[in-house]
Design a protein around this ligand. Structure first.
Ligand SMILES: O=C(O)CCC(=O)C(=O)O
Length: 318
């Protein structure tokens, strides 16, 4: 059923069993080939055991320690507090602190995940975008303030459409995760709501093709830049916390903005590694393994930061 996002923003996740899954700890070449084919066909795949649980725990510990250290404008005492209600300023401080944790990038460079992305993109060196996001979806029966409406990443990321987002929950997640519309990438770039308050939400999407993967820590959801997706309502008692990063072929075009840090709408300052040079992507990305050598075609964005299209998310969301 095609439903306008104006009339109905929530959706059903009844068909979650249709998603294709691959277990990266135990995948034959045939399994990997099928997963790649299904990713092409459905625009999404769940890759289980893609990131070692220990890497995620190390990231959580380091981020918690940084936020408790008093070195950032906001303090959060521990991980348990992060899973409860935080202020917008605490979330912003946490987004910046995440760039000071090497695991924020190395989680995406975990061997099983990187090998899968290399296979998907037909390259030895899949390029991990420097902009990464840590997202919180508040508890209490509604999507939290950080919730993203149903949208396509391509409106924000631009460059080559063949960009794959990897979404990683930092804990087991059976509620309040991510919702995606299977096969929606095949419809191309969809129209979005316009106006300064819009957040890039698509005007309409097929509600009966919405899936909502359940993941345990270490599983990831991989999806195409044109796949419609957004935050799933969180009826659980705790805030969902996840990270997402994007991969593309190292010789495919990338939009210039993606090599610069996002600016926080709250204070117009970069969301980047501390004491870094924002003109040097290898520095602000906080990714020790990033080797941007200028060899990639850098292109202008097609939509710029047109407020009628990108509204409140021109800098915030991606
Ligand atoms: O994590 C979420 O709630 C939304 C994620 C998202 O929009 C993305 O990864 O592009």
């Amino acid at each position: 059923m095609l439903v306008s996002t104006r009339r109905r923003r929530r959706h059903s996740a009844e068909r979650s069993w249709t998603m294709h899954e691959v277990d990266l700890a135990d995948a034959s070449e045939g399994d990997l080939t099928r997963a790649k084919e299904r990713l092409r066909a459905d625009g999404l795949v769940v890759a289980r055991k893609a990131v070692p649980r220990q890497t995620i725990l190390d990231f959580r510990h380091r981020l918690s320690a940084l936020m408790a250290s008093g070195e950032y404008p906001e303090t959060i005492p521990d991980w348990a507090t992060m899973r409860r209600q935080l202020s917008g300023r605490q979330v912003l401080a946490m987004r910046r602190a995440a760039y000071d944790c090497p695991e924020y990038a190395s989680a995406f460079r975990s061997e099983p995940l990187l090998a899968f992305m290399a296979f998907v993109l037909d390259t030895d060196k899949p390029f991990l975008h420097p902009r990464r996001w840590i997202r919180l979806n508040g508890a209490a029966g509604a999507t939290g303030s950080g919730a993203q409406p149903m949208h396509q990443d391509y409106w924000f990321v631009q460059g080559d459409p063949e960009v794959y987002t990897v979404w990683v929950a930092l804990h087991d997640c059976t509620e309040g995760g991510i919702a995606l519309v299977e096969g929606s990438h095949r419809e191309g770039l969809l129209d979005v709501e316009r106006g300064p308050a819009a957040k890039g939400q698509v005007v309409a999407f097929e509600t009966d093709r919405v899936v909502e993967p359940h993941v345990v820590m270490g599983d990831v959801v991989v999806f195409h830049s044109l796949t419609v997706h957004g935050t799933a309502p969180n009826g659980s008692a705790m805030t969902r916390i996840s990270i997402d990063g994007r991969f593309q072929h190292p010789r495919a075009p990338i939009a210039r903005e993606q090599l610069l840090p996002a600016m926080a709408p709250e204070d117009r300052l970069p969301i980047a590694a501390r004491n870094s040079l924002i003109t040097d992507v290898n520095s602000w990305s906080g990714d020790p393994a990033l080797e941007f050598d200028g060899g990639m075609p850098v292109v202008a964005s097609r939509f710029g930061t047109d407020v009628t299209v990108l509204g409140a998310r021109s800098t915030e969301g991606f």
